[in-house]
Design a protein around this ligand. Structure first.
Ligand code: ATP
Ligand code: MG
Length: 652
């Protein structure tokens, strides 16, 4: 082997190395969160390329989110590999569809619509079915289900009844079948296609046009699929067509992380893989490299109560990292208090020197984001909602590049790149200060801010760099789909956080009604919610904070209970009406055993709080369990040896 190939292998353990070096025949990796599945397949590609076994552009690496695909491209670049196609199923299919549509179907590809709702509403009108919001939402989900499950509308009534679909949108199944057909008519009339059509049409062309299939199979020889537990029958169909009976395929997944059942995901594809592909090399990874033993312990106990078929495939994780702070569990009075409490903790972490981009707040529903956004803005902490996803296709980014290009022609030598970029982008509505408004305004600002940050980085890396250099850099990055990002706390749903990791993770709204979500009705639905919590917990490298609000709105009367999933995992259930948990920012590491006791979040003295047994800091919402206080008092006594004090206790 070549030196590059050897050094790629050096960063792997023996099982991961087996994944990386087994380049013949099918490979299936079954392993829990943080065990290095993504690392193993990324290194596998790098090893194969460096050892001369693979030509980079003949590799198709499929991931689940655009962000994960971006991450994989970055990791590959760091390993000295360029030219590998790392994409989502959707992005890979769309590229092929755009390319092959003119020769297979003729004309140009119809416009892709992002939302089904208006089309569903139209279909309802045509059938004279009242279309209220809930019904439109439920029917959109049902139409998506029929497509990802490859259900023929003629078979819908039978299949849906067998699958226990109930009465989608409050309609009987025969009416839903009519709606599914009418929905297709609406799309044809409007000359648009939807999200699933991209995969369905690509599969259709590959199926019916042997010449196109041959071209695609000639192009792609080696396939790697990450997060394979969430593959839908539609995605599996496309993968089978790409492979065309060949076996050069490596899949990795964790059945305990199946969180897309609503989109047709089933871990059966993963669990049945060795049977469907005779001669498969099965590799199991159990060492958790991502998280501290405390986080791993919490993750294991979240799953310990799991039931059903996913649970049978569950893999216990064995922590590799040194010990860190224990998980914290905090109850807040209401959502607003929760948001500001979390923001205060984050502000303290950032003050203690942690970079905001190493922190994430995860939630079950996007509706929870707004309160967190305002709290972070009030606390002066930067945040990112959308991240780098599809960065270069955003309108504001495309417009900004045009402006920068114009600016490059008009300005050029001797001007400071940062200043110039700010001047140009100001004319596009950018401001040094983040907007107070959320939603689209915020997202637009984030995109432009990312360009400003990139300009500053470039100026630092290459003194004397000009606007034209920035434009070149952007063109290069857009070809590689390598999005720049704003430095800030990540706000994301549990679903979007899959595969990613941060030093410190806050899981908010861990209460009944949100996790499990109110509409999780069947035992299977509830199990999926439990897996979501597992996915959330396992995103943390060292700090994990779970919180919930006792009431939805300030002064609200409707009370919420902590999530049932916490029953098995909290160190001790707090008596009703008392706050539970210990506050444990990971930045706090100094151990000294004299002087006043300080709040580890805001730094205020805890003397009064301890004396009055308040259970919380007097200056910020940090809560302290009475038992923790008791131990803190002991540790402060003269006989205490510093070595006995856990790392998360700070005395100054
Ligand atoms: P998930 O199920 O959440 O997608 P994963 O199994 O894909 O997790 P990775 O993201 O590949 O896990 O790895 C988790 C972390 O552990 C990463 O930071 C990775 O760099 C690190 N890691 C993995 N394997 C090793 C190793 N052999 N040595 C050192 N660090 C490792
Ligand atoms: Mg992964």
């Amino acid at each position: 082997t070549r030196p590059d190939a050897d050094s790629v292998l050096a960063g792997l353990d023996p099982e991961q190395r087996q994944v990386a070096t087994t380049l013949e025949g099918p490979v299936c990796v079954l392993a829990g969160a943080g065990t290095g599945k993504t690392r193993a397949i990324t290194h596998r590609i790098a090893y194969a390329v460096h050892s001369g076994a693979y030509v980079p552009n003949r590799v198709l690496a499929v991931t689940f989110t655009a962000r994960a695909a971006g991450e994989m491209r970055t990791r590959l670049r760091d390993l000295g590999v360029a030219g590998v196609q790392a994409r989502t199923f959707h992005a890979a299919a769309l590229r092929q569809l755009q390319f092959f549509w003119p020769q297979s179907i003729g004309g140009t590809l119809p416009n892709l619509v992002e939302h089904k709702a208006p089309l569903i509403a139209d279909a309802c009108n045509r059938l004279r079915i009242p279309a209220d919001r809930t019904r439109v939402r439920d029917l959109s989900a049902e139409v998506e289900w029929t497509k990802v499950m490859l259900v023929d509308p003629d078979d819908y009534v039978r299949v849906a009844a067998a699958a226990g679909r109930g009465e989608p949108g409050g309609l009987d199944l025969a009416s839903v079948a009519r709606l599914v057909r009418t929905y297709e008519d609406v799309k044809t009339d409007r000359a648009v296609i939807d999200f699933e059509d991209v995969l369905l049409l690509t599969a259709g062309i590959l199926d019916e046009r042997p010449d196109v299939a041959a071209t695609v199979r000639e192009q792609y020889r080696h396939f790697v699929v990450d997060e394979y537990q969430d593959v839908s029958p539609l995605q599996q169909r496309l993968l089978d067509l790409w492979l065309g009976g060949r076996q050069d395929l490596c899949v990795v997944g964790d059945a305990s992380q199946t969180i897309y059942s609503f989109a047709g995901a089933t871990p059966e594809h993963l669990l049945d893989f060795p049977r469907r592909h005779p001669g498969t090399t099965v590799v199991r990874l159990v060492r958790d490299y991502r998280s501290t033993p405390e986080v791993v312990g919490l993750a294991n106990s979240v799953l310990s109560m799991a039931t059903g078929r996913h649970a049978q495939a569950r893999l216990e994780l064995i922590a590799q990292r040194p010990s860190g702070p224990p998980p914290s569990f905090t109850a807040y009075d209401d959502d607003v208090a929760e948001a500001s409490g979390v923001a205060a903790r984050i502000a303290a972490e950032v003050r203690a020197g942690r970079s905001a981009k190493d922190i994430a707040i995860l939630f079950r529903t996007n509706g929870q984001s707004q309160a967190l956004e305002s709290a972070l803005a009030d606390a002066g902490v930067g945040y990112v909602v959308r991240g780098g996803e599809r960065f270069f296709s955003r309108k504001e980014v495309r417009d900004a590049i045009v402006l920068l290009r114009g600016g490059a022609r008009a300005a050029l030598p001797g001007h400071d790149l940062g200043t110039e970029t700010r001047a140009v982008l100001s004319s596009a509505g950018w401001d040094e200060k983040a907007p107070t408004a959320g939603g689209a305004t915020r997202e637009r600002w984030e995109s432009l801010q990312a360009l400003v940050v990139l300009a500053d980085e470039l100026a630092e890396k290459r003194p004397g760099a000009q606007l034209s250099d920035l434009v070149d850099e952007l063109v290069e990055r857009s070809q590689a789909q390598h999005a720049p990002t704003v430095d800030g706390v990540t706000l994301a749903s549990f679903h979007a956080a899959k595969g990613l990791e941060w030093d410190v993770v806050f899981l908010v709204g861990v209460s009944e009604g949100l996790l499990p979500i109110s509409f999780a009705e069947t035992p299977d639905d509830v199990e999926e919610e439990r897996r979501l919590l597992y996915v959330g917990v396992t995103r943390a490298r060292e700090g994990i904070h779970l919180s919930w609000a006792n009431s939805r709105t300030p002064g609200g009367r409707a009370t919420r209970k902590p999530s049932r999933f916490l029953d098995a995992v909290r160190p001790q259930a707090a008596p009703a009406g008392r706050r539970a948990g210990a506050v444990t920012p990971a930045g706090a590491r100094t151990k000294r055993t004299s002087g006043p006791l300080l709040c580890r979040v805001c730094g205020a003295s805890l003397t009064v709080a301890v004396e009055r047994k308040l259970g919380r800091c007097t200056d910020c919402p940090s809560s302290y369990d009475e038992a923790v206080f008791e131990r803190l008092r002991e540790w402060r006594s003269a006989t205490c040896k510093a070595a006995e004090v856990p790392a998360y206790v700070v005395f100054t």
